[in-house]
Design a protein around this ligand. Structure first.
Ligand code: NDP
Length: 327
């Protein structure tokens, strides 16, 4: 990557944005030698807070950070963007129905998709972090018909990292001993962290833990980690989410290591029984700025059931946004 690279962050004044922007400015998103121009998109009431963050970014005197611009207009913020991190979203609040949540997010991701279509750079790469991330990505993609569909992705890298960390702790090995971990499906409680293809020091991970731990401890711990952090910290897992967003884009741009893969929610090509077009998490490799689904893995009944359940949920979310006329 040469640069400078224009990176747009939405919801920039939020908690994740606060952790994310400093990592981008210090060169972790793309590489330690790639200059960056930052664009911060916020809703109008949060512009002042975004300005405060921009003041702190200036105070960091980051050698790679060429500029910071703030706007509440997606057509300004995405102008010439090479990378878009869509963090700002409408969170689910108590008593909110799923339809209301999807509709509120449609109001955010529809215009952002349209603006990306119109003004972003030809090589735009989009990562959606704001929840429901997979379906928000689908909404944005539907309104960007001129952008190749595979440029719209959603984040399951935090789930991936959490799974690696839990497994490494269980087996008392460094995280670097673990390869080929996969998160399948939706970034939600139905996600499926797969240890049947993961390797620990080259050996199948599932064979090194007992099935009860895998089923009753590992899977729910990974899926419910966000709630556990809110319980412990009194605030959501913003820094680890930001760190995972950095990992997702860094891998997308710089590639996966030989003999390993990662997890990302990308548009399905029909692989593994996931309906074409759904933005679902898969085992993926990255090369030359493109993700590819790892082909040919055997899926046993235990995994099949869990992948199918999560994918079914994605299908329901897609049907719901279709029903609302959002895609
Ligand atoms: P955060 O920065 O903490 O979170 C932003 C989004 O990331 C939420 O949708 C949240 O979903 C999601 N998320 C994904 N993974 C995680 C994770 N592991 N931990 C926590 N969140 C995760 O929210 P804030 O409320 O602090 O900030 C949001 C900002 O977005 C505000 O400044 C708001 O003004 C802005 N915004 C901007 C918009 C725009 O630019 N057009 C539109 C809407 C909002 P979940 O809540 O489900 O955890």
């Amino acid at each position: 990557v040469q640069g400078p690279v224009t990176v747009t962050v939405t919801g920039a004044a939020g908690q994740i944005g606060y952790a994310l922007l400093f990592r981008i400015a210090s060169g972790h998103l793309l590489g330690a030698d790639v200059p960056v121009k930052l664009r911060l998109l916020e809703i109008t009431p949060a512009l002042k807070a975004a300005e405060g963050t921009a003041m702190e970014l200036a105070d960091g005197a980051f050698p790679l950070l060429q500029s910071v611009d703030i706007s509440d207009d997606p057509r300004v913020a995405f102008d010439g963007a090479n990378v878009a991190l869509l963090v700002g979203a409408r969170p689910r609040t108590k008593g909110m129905e799923r339809g209301d949540l999807l509709e509120a997010n449609g109001g955010i991701f529809k215009p952002q998709g349209a603006a990306i279509n119109e003004v972003a750079a030809d090589d735009i790469k989009v990562l959606v972090v704001g929840n429901p991330a997979n379906t928000n990505a689908l909404i944005a993609q539907a309104h960007a018909p001129d952008v190749p569909a595979e440029r719209f992705t959603a984040m399951t890298r935090l789930d991936h990292n959490r799974a690696i960390s839990q497994l490494a702790a269980k087996l008392d090995v460094p995280v670097t001993a673990i390869k080929k971990l996969t998160i399948w499906g939706n970034h939600s409680a139905t996600q499926y962290p797969d240890l049947f293809h993961a390797e620990v020091n080259g050996k199948v991970a599932a064979e090194q833990v007992d099935e009860a731990w895998l089923r009753d401890t590992f899977i729910p711990t990974v899926a419910k980690r966000g709630a556990a952090i809110i319980e412990a910290r009194g605030a959501s897992s913003a820094a680890s989410a930001a760190s995972a967003a950095i990992d997702h884009v860094f891998t997308w741009v710089n590639g996966t290591a030989e003999g390993d893969w990662t997890s990302a929610a990308i548009p399905s090509d029909g692989s593994y029984g996931v309906p074409e077009g759904l933005i679902s998490s898969f085992p993926v490799t990255a090369k030359d700025g493109k993700f590819s689904i790892v082909p040919g893995l055997e899926i046993d009944a235990f995994s099949r059931e869990r992948i199918d359940a999560s994918v079914a949920e994605l299908g329901e979310e897609r049907d719901a946004v279709r029903g609302l006329g959002l895609i």
